[in-house]
Ligand binder design. Structure first.
Ligand code: S3P
Length: 436
């Protein structure tokens, strides 16, 4: 059975809403809670397929994780050396973050493990972690094309390395820092551009010193993590669909509460503001070492811009939504330096260009970005390419299309935002789910 979204034009977004917990921070809470000494309590955990896959993998290695199904977890940590060998291969589903971060942990274990995913994940590049992990001394096999399944370990001795990442990737950085917990000496990761720092913040929160000097992040192996409390903020990547939707739908005035506004993740706000969006951050505070705020967004006419390349890593997951903003803006928007979008859950440049063109937009894919010129959108049927963020972004385009927009193949939204359609409808998007 396939799930489609059907969006009628003309909605206005009003009211207050809290989107689900941050996916990146949820994954990390399960991993670090499992490796800590003592009991970790998590609140606001994202109950999505991706983060549940990470929890299932840790349970398969003997960690007790109790979940109430509404975002509260109790994790009984086993310490860095307390995991047991899993009886089966570990299925990370659609989750690149789950797989790459877990691989860092598995690289340090005294047992052998095998990790795989769905068709999308099994075609994603893993040499980016395989190469540096092998340099640290890990046993690490991919397929001949550098994709999963991954065969990892058993580890003998890992040694810390200094690694200059060729692309700004928080997944690679986090993978190496987690492997570094098991390594002799210092592991240093050099970032070509600042990418999300949730792992470093949470490690520090769990009492494990991580230092940053300029663009170098480092830690020393051999320490211990102490269990703690993690309050997961609402996910700015999920909030992004509503920031764009309210910006393009006349009459909108929406407040998103408790959103993580870590400066390594707020590129979407900065880019929308450069386009003329009316976005205000209220009630700023800090929760579990992460900055949080309520975000008020009101309708405002948007204009096209050249997106500064230094903001790309900080908005990497928000480009599907931002392309919709660009299609509804006056003038030309140009994105460059974002070739990484081609190796996400789908080729997000190709998928969004195809979808927007089907709706009548002037969108031209380039090898590392897109050129979009704003004009009237028409209704139509578009595909999500089995990618949650493409599904959600294209459904928001329906707000501004002249006719009905049908987005096909939306089941993958379960990975990051299971209540997306109901939540959107509650604040004024004229969206319905259709199963066929
Ligand atoms: C993530 C990092 C990003 C992002 C992904 C989540 C993370 O990937 O696209 O959705 O939680 O570390 P890269 O760091 O590989 O760009």
């Amino acid at each position: 059975m396939s799930l489609n979204y059907v969006v009628q034009p003309g909605g206005t977004l009003r009211g207050t809403l809290r989107v689900p917990g941050d996916k990146s921070i949820s994954h990390r809470s399960v991993l670090l809670g499992s490796l800590a000494h003592g009991e970790t309590r998590v609140s606001g955990f994202l109950e999505g397929e991706d983060t549940r896959a990470t929890a299932a993998a840790m349970r398969a290695m003997g960690v007790i994780i109790e979940a109430d199904g509404a975002g509260a977890l109790r994790i009984v940590g086993r310490g860095l050396r307390g995991l047991s060998a899993p009886n089966t291969s570990l299925d990370l589903g659609n989750s690149g973050t789950g797989m790459r971060l877990l691989a860092g942990v598995l690289a340090g274990q005294p047992f052998r493990s095998r990790v795989f995913g769905d068709a999308s994940l099994n075609s994603r590049p893993m040499r980016r972690i395989a190469d540096p992990l092998r340099r640290m001394g890990a046993q690490f096999e991919t397929t001949d094309t550098g994709t999963p399944p991954l065969d990892i370990g058993p580890a003998e001795a890992l040694s810390g390395i200094r690694y200059e990442m060729p692309v700004a990737s928080a997944q690679v950085k986090s993978c190496l820092l987690l492997a570094g917990l098991y390594a002799d000496g210092e592991t240093v990761v050099v970032e070509p551009g600042l990418c999300r720092d949730h792992t470093e913040r949470m490690l520090n929160g769990f009492g494990y010193p991580v230092t940053r000097e300029g663009n170098c992040v480092s830690l020393r192996g051999g320490g211990q993590l102490q269990a703690g409390e993690v309050e997961v903020p609402a996910d700015i990547s999920s909030a992004a669909f509503f920031l764009v939707a309210a910006s393009i739908a006349p009459g909108s005035d929406l407040t998103l509460t408790g959103v993580g506004v870590n400066p390594t993740r707020d590129g979407v706000i900065q880019i929308l503001k450069l386009m003329g969006a009316d976005i205000e951050l209220l009630n700023r505070c800090e929760r579990s070492y992460e900055p949080v705020a309520d975000i008020r967004v009101r309708y405002a006419p948007l204009r096209g811009i050249r997106i500064p390349e230094e903001l790309v890593a900080n908005a990497i997951d928000e480009f599907p939504a931002l392309f919709v903003a660009a299609a509804c803006a006056t003038g030309e928007t140009r994105l460059t330096g974002a070739g990484e979008l081609r190796v996400k859950e789908s080729d997000r440049i190709g998928a969004m260009a195809t979808g927007l063109q089907a709706l009548g937009a002037d969108a031209e894919a380039t090898p590392d970005g897109m050129v979009v010129r704003g004009r009237e959108l028409r209704g139509g049927t578009v595909r999500s390419f089995g990618d949650h963020r493409i599904a959600m972004a294209l459904s928001m385009a329906g707000l501004k299309a002249a006719g009905r927009v049908i987005v096909e193949d939306c089941a993958n939204v379960q990975t990051s935002f299971p209540s997306f359609a109901a939540t959107s409808a509650a604040v004024g998007v004229r969206i319905a789910e259709q199963r066929s």
